[in-house]
Write a protein that binds this ligand. Structure first.
Ligand SMILES: Nc1ncnc2c1ncn2[C@@H]1O[C@H](COP(=O)(O)OP(=O)(O)OP(=O)(O)O)[C@@H](O)[C@H]1O
Length: 613
């Protein structure tokens, strides 16, 4: 794959502890600069910003989309892409996750799979992810298409289901202030008031399914020889693990291809890295750790001017013309020292995100006259510039007095030799495209409670059920979608499950599946999962499980040994239908609440592409 194309970087300034923007500046920018990558940056301004943006984005101008956030923003990206007419192709644009949220399940899964260091926590993973973005190659990753009884079609890259894990995740939101310990606290509460769900769960076992569950976790993880060149690390031969993993056939041997995309081409990755990622990784960890926690930071160099492509983006995300760069962040703001001539930057964390009080997070200066405050769709806003200590680049700081549904586009451009890069503000007010759907769809309980921070996904792709088909629409694009689904063997909720599916109707404490090894940094849910293994790892906790075993199960999830707890059953599947019979409850996809009801999930083997080294 060409490394010459532009990257699109999406940053959620509100993700996790609110350090996504700092992570970008401290860990990603230096790596991108060193590799001469050209990139555009968009800082999301509100829930569903990314979801809306990627639906109209001119994808061919980008070689990859990077997300500096938690898993929630990537969920928006995939589902926005899945909403497009060219959804099948769009979903295969290479994506890169740089962990900046509280969950970071995908980033952790990839780090585990590639045996990358995680000792430094999310900072270490972030640095590796930055290297993936700058120097990586797209690798096939499974997606899961979920149809809901309310007519939604959702794309999942991580996990879904109902039961104790979803309950703890969502219900403990109210204790968010406690950080990660909210999960432990709520877990105890949930164990005390153990909830059982009446569910019919139907599934199609993956051809490489092996039971019992003891087989599903590796006793030890073999050393992954990092001294190998990446050329030698042929991705067509996934890392071998003891136990079942070694005998797992390639997904392509098991499952029908979903598209014309050439999986083989993806697998034969052509790595020719001269970049010393070992050195970079080793050198950078400590400094990054401390850096990110600093409120005052120095800015890394930007790409040299001859590698910079300056463009503007309209609200739909299509390229307009040559202009300048803007930075806007709810939480992290730049403050330039007096004038741009000083070439010094002080970066500070602003307490308030959206400057509702009109506080300008970056100071203005002469250079304002040089900036072009482009109005993507609406208001002009105060704009400031900042420059790096070495004067290599400047960025506008766009203070938003109304961040409601405005979008700010930051272009990374630089004019380093001048000590001043042209920057621009693209400020858009985007009307929610799916307002109608949003207003007619049920709003999840979680989103109601956290509406200022979280997105309501209940409005996401709607394919209102006619009779037998979920996806009836008049236009040709939808016909095409339906045809693709049929080709892939996707099942519809309105139809009975195929004869070769197994059906269990019972009481369960949990029915939950993951298609990645980790569903968060510390939950090692499916130890044998790899990004393209062509299956979902369905975990069922039987209703007969004792409280002690449930506690044991939850407590051993960080090590992956939970799979052997009595009452727990893990089954690799290619399709699963979950039909709850209780009137209420919580159901999640990739950590986001969806309307409670029946869902059917089918694997889309290797449909997405993820940047890895
Ligand atoms: N500027 C913003 N302000 C508020 N919410 C936003 C903004 N940008 C994105 N979001 C929403 O924040 C949600 C959470 O984002 P993300 O997953 O990146 O962070 P997180 O802290 O890891 O989330 P989680 O609480 O799910 O772990 C996303 O679903 C997205 O809709």
């Amino acid at each position: 794959m060409s490394r010459e194309g532009k990257l699109l970087v999406l940053i959620n300034p509100q993700a996790g502890p609110g350090k996504a923007y700092l992570i970008f500046r401290k860990q990603v920018v230096p790596v991108l600069s060193e590799t001469g990558a050209v990139y555009d940056v968009i800082i999301t301004q509100h829930s569903n910003h990314a979801y809306e943006l990627v639906q109209n984005l001119a994808l061919d101008q980008y070689r990859a989309i990077a997300v500096v956030a938690g898993d929630g923003l990537l969920y928006e990206v995939f589902n926005g892409l899945g909403r497009r007419d060219d959804w099948e192709e769009a979903l295969s644009i290479p994506v890169c996750i740089i962990p900046g949220g509280s969950g970071n399940g995908l980033a952790r899964s990839l780090a585990y799979w590639r045996n990358e260091p995680v000792e430094n926590g999310s900072n270490g993973v972030a640095l590796n992810s930055a290297l993936n973005l700058a120097r990586g190659t797209p690798y096939p990753m499974d997606l899961v298409m979920i149809h809901t009884s309310s007519g939604q079609r959702i794309f999942s890259f991580l996990s879904f289901g109902l039961g104790i894990l979803s309950d703890i995740d969502i219900e403990s939101e109210r204790l968010r202030i406690l950080g990660e310990s909210r999960f432990t606290l709520w877990a105890f509460a949930r164990i005390a008031a153990l909830r059982k769900y009446n569910v019919t769960v139907s599934f199609k076992r993956a051809a490489h399914a092996v039971s019992p569950p003891e087989r599903f976790y590796p006793a030890t993880r073999p050393a992954y020889n990092r001294s190998q060149t990446l050329q030698e690390e042929t991705f067509s031969t996934p890392p071998q693990f003891p136990g079942k993993r070694a005998s797992v056939p390639a997904a392509s041997d098991l499952l029908p291809p979903c598209s014309q995309r050439e999986r083989q081409q993806h697998r034969q990755l052509n790595h020719s890295l001269s970049y010393d990622d070992h050195q970079t990784r080793g050198d950078s960890h400590n400094s990054m750790d401390s850096d990110v926690s600093d409120s005052s930071i120095s800015l890394g160099p930007y790409p040299s001017p001859d590698r910079v492509v300056e463009t503007e983006m309209n609200p739909q995300g299509t390229s307009l013309s040559h202009k300048k760069t803007a930075v806007s962040s709810h939480k992290t703001c730049l403050k330039s020292n007096e004038t741009l001539k000083d070439k010094n930057v002080e970066e500070e964390n602003c307490d308030t995100g959206n400057s509702a009080d009109g506080k300008i997070c970056g100071s203005t200066d002469d250079a304002l006259s040089k900036t072009n405050n482009m109005n993507c769709n609406s208001s002009s806003l105060p704009t400031t510039n900042a420059t790096t200590p070495d004067g290599l680049s400047t960025n506008n700081v766009n203070n938003k007095t109304d961040s409601g549904d405005a979008s700010t586009c930051m272009r990374n451009t630089s004019d380093s030799k001048e000590g001043l890069s042209d920057t621009d503000v693209n400020d858009a007010r985007q009307e929610p495209k799916y307002e109608d759907a949003r207003s007619t769809m049920p709003v999840s309980s979680r989103r109601k409670k956290t509406s200022t921070r979280k997105g309501d996904y209940s409005h996401m792709p709607q394919f209102q059920d006619g009779n037998s088909s979920d996806c009836e629409k008049d236009d040709a694009a939808v016909d095409e979608n339906q045809r693709n689904e049929q080709q892939c063997g996707y099942n519809k909720l309105s139809q009975p499950v195929p004869d070769d599916w197994e059906v269990i109707k019972d009481e369960f404490i949990m029915v939950f599946a993951s298609h990645q090894s980790h569903i968060s940094s510390s939950v090692f849910f499916a130890p044998n999962a790899t990004p393209d293994d062509g299956c979902m790892w369905l975990m069922i906790l039987q209703g007969s499980m004792t409280r002690a075993n449930v506690a044991k199960f939850l407590m051993s999830m960080d090590s992956g040994t939970h799979c052997t707890v009595p009452g727990a059953m893990m089954i690799p599947v290619t399709g699963v239908r979950i039909e709850p019979h209780d009137p209420t409850g919580l159901m999640t996809v990739d950590g986001e609440t969806i309307p409670f009801g029946a869902i059917e999930a089918n694997i889309m083997p290797s449909h997405a592409r993820i940047m890895v080294r």
